[in-house]
Design a protein around this ligand. Structure first.
Ligand code: BGC
Length: 693
């Protein structure tokens, strides 16, 4: 790695260690003389030491950033500015759909644009680096953080992490892929819980998202809270050296701990004290510790004691200084401007991207007798919390203001409406005068996200009772489902005529929902995460392995099944309806091939309806016989197209060797010759990969 322009010999060991510590902004601007209690004390640093730290977590706007940087530089011997990092996850002031919804759009270009706009606002806000994308693969909707993820598919994770990081990068906002690694597999969906998985699973499925972000220029990697092979990720040499640096090849990526996770290794029972944690962290490859100060307090003596080499410290500091150079903060330590922010925030352009992405992220899951789209002449009852609540931004939207949203009520202008979800409050006589009921219910915005895991992911009792009650009125019910995760809907799904999953769609949520309900726009989202029938099926995901006794729907009871429920989910990955109808047929160029003659699959798509619309063609591959058991199918490529009525288009997918490859028990990635299946639009091609002679 290239050296920075700094001669590290001029820095004392304490000054070096300080560069490796990240703390909150208020430490630099409050009156430290009078603030001897609270978190200042918890941090265990002297005032002098605080001013040696190198980076800041979170910031309250460009003014605060300037004040902090000014205070810092006025006391800094080497004039190395602070770098400001924060969580801009799905927008800064203008909020885009939550990442789980974004993935349902199957539109990486639009997601890239949204990240680009978010980057502009973040930079104006004073942020140099965002802790995004969250590239964790998820399989358990009980885990509150699935809302921050791109879902259950490694390829989608790769594509959307890549698109997001590229969007940030295009504006010069640095980014961070997190959480390294396998945090999405927290046992029983309980946040921060233990993770246990094989190295092969890690390399085949759980690092793909991170790879995508790093391939697109993410400079920082945040460790996960969980253990991997019984060692916390934050001090895990296998993850931080062998996988990230050697296997994936990202030697220059800077590694940061998640919030306090370095010192949490004590609670994990693998560090004796702060000193021990620091030694383990730095020697494993952890360069920055977040929200704690043990590096600053302990590394100088660790070097004296020869527990840590000065080269290790210099290497880490060098990387941090390179990161600061990449952020451009030596030339512009005060970057950020209120004027610029005011111009960008909720600007026409940003709202338009947010709207377009919201429209493409909603997923229509049920539409009995084509009740949707609704005609404007219908008299509507609009019922539920989201009739007038504007809290549709979702978790991690701390700079966004829900008050900037429009309410559904003001757009739909219903004949009858109530926010109450208690059926006793519903005025039945009024509802009976209407033609359709739009139910705008689901999870509240604070029911998902970090530390928001649940064991019961059904609708609330009150909401179920409400649906059952309304069902008796024999008026069609359209359920507009808000949530930060897949919801278990089995007990009500037959009671509703239409179901649109809208997650949290951001600043333009209501406009998008309204236009979709009334056919001004045509739904095109497809699920990026499976909706189970019951919590008892979890973990349930489409790309699972087969068993030795797969369920075959015959009379044999000794197959892999449940006594009380089918194996299948309520809504599978990749499902999503449209108001258009498409006729799809596929052909393949050759069934036998070598590396040089990989086949092309041509998919003919025709819009046979009178509604223009998007269709996404998903191409899956199954490795029929391999050295290890492989998933029943895996998404390898997709293409989203837009067709006018009667329009026809051919989409060509060129199969790549990578589509057939996986990481083998020898940790090498390659394809096994032999039988594969290509699955596209209900067609299965049995193909044969022949070795070159
Ligand atoms: C979360 C991270 C986040 C960090 C900083 C942690 O609690 O796990 O995702 O980036 O806080 O806000």
């Amino acid at each position: 790695m290239k050296k920075t322009k700094f001669n590290l010999d001029n820095l004392t060991i304490k000054e070096k260690a300080g560069q490796l510590v990240q703390i909150a902004p208020f430490f630099f601007i409050k009156d430290l003389k009078n603030e001897v209690y609270g978190s200042f004390v918890d941090l265990k640093l002297t005032e002098e030491e605080i001013f040696l730290t190198g980076s800041v977590l979170g910031i309250g706007g460009p003014e605060e950033k300037k004040a902090v940087q000014k205070a810092y530089l006025s006391r800094s011997r080497h004039q190395i500015p602070l770098i400001f990092m924060a969580d801009v996850i799905h927008g800064c002031k203008t909020i885009y759909p939550v990442p789980l919804a974004q993935a349902c759009s199957f539109n990486p270009n639009l997601v890239k644009k949204a990240a680009k706009m978010a980057a502009r606002e973040a930079l104006a806000y004073g942020i140099d680096l965002t802790f995004s994308p969250m590239s964790d693969l998820v399989r358990d909707p009980r885990w509150g953080r699935v809302v921050e993820s791109f879902g259950e598919d490694p390829y989608l994770n790769y594509v959307f992490s890549k698109a997001t990081a590229k969007g940030y990068d295009s504006e010069g906002l640095l980014s961070c892929t997190k959480h390294f690694a396998a945090y999405g597999l927290s046992e029983a969906g309980r946040d921060y819980n233990t993770v246990d998985l094989s190295r092969l699973s890690l390399l085949n499925y759980f690092i793909n998202g991170h790879q995508g972000a790093l391939d697109s220029g993410s400079s920082l990697v945040m460790t996960a809270f969980n253990t991997f092979e019984y060692i916390p990720a934050t001090i895990n040499k296998y993850l931080l050296q062998d996988v990230l640096k050697d296997y994936m090849g990202y030697k220059d990526a800077v590694v940061i701990a998640d919030y306090d996770s370095l010192l949490q290794t004590k609670a994990h029972g693998v560090s004796k004290n702060d000193y021990d944690a620091s030694v383990k962290g730095i020697n494993a490859g952890l360069e920055i510790e977040m929200a704690s100060s043990s590096y600053l307090r302990c590394l100088p003596s660790a070097v004296d004691n020869k527990d840590v080499s000065i080269n290790t410290i210099d290497n880490a500091v060098n990387k941090v200084l390179k990161l600061k150079e990449k952020a451009g903060i030596f030339n512009n330590p005060y970057r950020g401007s209120r004027e610029e922010l005011d111009k960008l925030a909720l600007s026409k352009e940003h709202k338009e991207i947010s709207y377009n992405l919201a429209v493409e992220s909603a997923v229509l899951l049920k539409n009995k007798q084509n009740i949707l789209p609704l005609s404007k002449d219908l008299k509507v009852s609009l019922i539920g919390n989201y009739a007038s609540s504007k809290r549709m931004l979702g978790p991690w939207s701390w700079h966004g203001n829900p008050e900037d949203n429009t309410s559904l009520k003001s757009l739909i202008k219903p004949f009858y409406t109530t926010d109450s979800e208690n059926y006793l409050d519903v005025d039945t006589n009024e509802v009976k005068k209407t033609d359709v009921i739009i139910l705008a219910i689901g999870e509240h915005d604070r029911e998902s996200g970090e530390a928001h895991s649940k064991t019961d992911i059904r609708l609330s009792r009150e909401q179920v009772d409400l649906i059952k009650y309304l069902k008796q009125l024999e008026i069609p019910i359209v359920l507009t489902l808000f949530s930060g995760r897949p919801i278990v809907l089995s007990e009500i799904i037959d009671d509703v005529d239409a179901l649109m999953s809208v997650f949290f769609l951001g600043t333009m949520a209501s406009e998008a929902i309204y236009d979709l309900l009334y056919g001004i726009k045509n739904p095109s989202g497809k699920l990026a995460m499976t909706f189970p029938r019951s919590v008892g099926q979890i973990p349930i995901y489409y790309n699972h392995l087969n068993t030795g006794r797969p369920f075959l729907d015959d009379d044999n009871p000794y197959t892999s099944l449940y006594l009380d429920m089918p194996n299948t989910p309520l809504y599978d990955f990749g499902i999503g309806l449209s108001y258009s109808k498409f006729e799809i047929d596929a052909t393949i160029s050759n069934l036998e091939f070598t590396k040089e003659t990989l086949p092309t699959i041509s998919v003919n798509v025709k819009n046979i309806s009178d509604v223009p619309g998007h269709e996404t063609i998903l191409l899956y591959v199954k490795d029929v016989v391999a050295e290890i058991s492989r998933p029943v199918k895996e998404l390898k490529q997709f293409e989203k197209i837009y067709l006018q009525p009667d329009e026809e288009m051919i989409v060509d997918f060129k199969l790549g060797l990578d589509d057939l490859s996986y990481v083998h028990p020898n940790y090498q990635k390659y394809a096994d010759p032999g039988e594969f299946e290509v699955i596209v639009a209900n067609k299965v091609f049995k193909i044969n990969f022949k070795e070159d002679k």
